[in-house]
Design a protein around this ligand. Structure first.
Ligand SMILES: NC(=O)c1ccc[n+]([C@@H]2O[C@H](COP(=O)([O-])OP(=O)(O)OC[C@H]3O[C@@H](n4cnc5c(N)ncnc54)[C@H](OP(=O)(O)O)[C@@H]3O)[C@@H](O)[C@H]2O)c1
Length: 279
């Protein structure tokens, strides 16, 4: 049976990705799911197939631009993509005793949260533009609207994604391709379980997915939720930065290490062997 709508979702096996996929799942949808762990992707695929969707999945690290581009361009030639949701993300925070963030954690967040989302968008944008239709969704965070002092790189990557999304939307508007930036607050998931600190207005991944789907369906340019937290941030951002900082005290947090990232430091991030010109 041919499917009406082709949806790409990265971070498909995580808390929000899983719930969001189920919001879209029906007999008219073909999914392409991307994240790294094949077992978790297979389980997610089985659940979506039980709702009548066609599902293919690819165990790809979104940091690998060549792999993301090759897979999505091949998919697009077989099944033109209607909607791509760049949702894969990682979090980290300050080190022990509020020491600075580790270099591997800093690099990982920049590479997955920002570069990975850009790789996902750039893989599809030329073909969507040529067809004059399609939707690109970037999953940012309220932390991108008001940075959390204990999560400097996470906040910065999510702010970068907001800026990238606004720029893409302006560029693509004449072509008919739409761009939606989503900024969730605290959502219950494996990611937020490692966030040890206050999580005001935390909501279930299922509830977040309902709100995210509605924003995607109405092709919202930008949607930040839950409303009360987002509204507080809007107001806070009207204040001079030094005064707005006074309201960040309640957001102290420790971020537990991510058990899914027991990885080697990336080349160039370790201590350099001293070199001399005689070598
Ligand atoms: N939970 C919250 O409170 C919250 C709030 C605001 C925004 N967000 C954002 O929402 C998105 C989803 O978060 P979540 O709470 O669902 O997190 P999660 O449960 O930790 O899931 C993260 C997903 O991303 C995938 N992923 C991680 N690194 C990847 C990589 N290098 N390449 C490909 N896939 C990768 C994971 O699968 P593998 O590990 O198998 O690759 C998993 O499917 C993230 O962008 C996050 O920043 C979350």
């Amino acid at each position: 049976m041919s499917k009406d709508r082709v949806i790409v979702l990265t971070g498909a096996s995580g808390g929000i990705g899983q719930a969001l996929a189920h919001q879209f799942a029906n007999e008219g949808v073909r999914f392409a799911l991307i994240s790294r762990d094949p077992d978790r992707l297979k389980a997610q695929a089985t659940g979506l197939e039980s709702k009548g969707s066609d599902v293919e999945w690819a165990a790809i690290d979104v940091r690998d631009r060549a792999a993301v581009h090759a897979y999505l361009q091949d998919l697009d030639s077989r099944h033109p993509i209607d909607l791509v949701i760049a949702n894969a993300g990682v979090t980290a925070g300050l080190g022990p005793g509020r020491s600075r963030e580790g270099d591997p954690e800093t690099d990982r967040q920049i590479d997955v949260n920002y570069r990975g989302a850009v790789h996902t968008a750039t893989a599809v944008v030329d073909n969507m533009r040529a067809r004059g239709r399609g939707q690109i969704v970037l999953v940012s965070s309220l932390a991108g609207m008001r940075a959390l002092p204990d999560m400097p790189t996470y906040s910065a990557t999510k702010a970068a994604l907001i800026a990238y999304g606004h720029a893409l939307r302006g560029w693509l508007k004449p072509s008919g391709v739409t761009v939606t930036v989503l900024c969730p607050g605290f959502v219950t998931s494996p990611m937020s379980a490692r966030h040890k600190g206050a999580k005001p207005f935390e909501m279930s991944a299922e509830r977040a997915a309902v709100l995210m789907r509605r924003a995607i369906d109405r092709k919202a340019a930008f949607y930040a939720f839950p409303f009360r937290l987002a509204a507080g941030i809007y107001l806070q951002n009207l204040l001079p930065a030094g005064i707005a900082d006074l309201f960040m005290g309640g957001f102290d947090a420790e971020i537990e290490p991510d058990p899914r990232y027991a990885e080697e430091p990336r080349p160039g991030s370790g201590p350099e062997k001293p070199r001399s010109t005689d070598e």
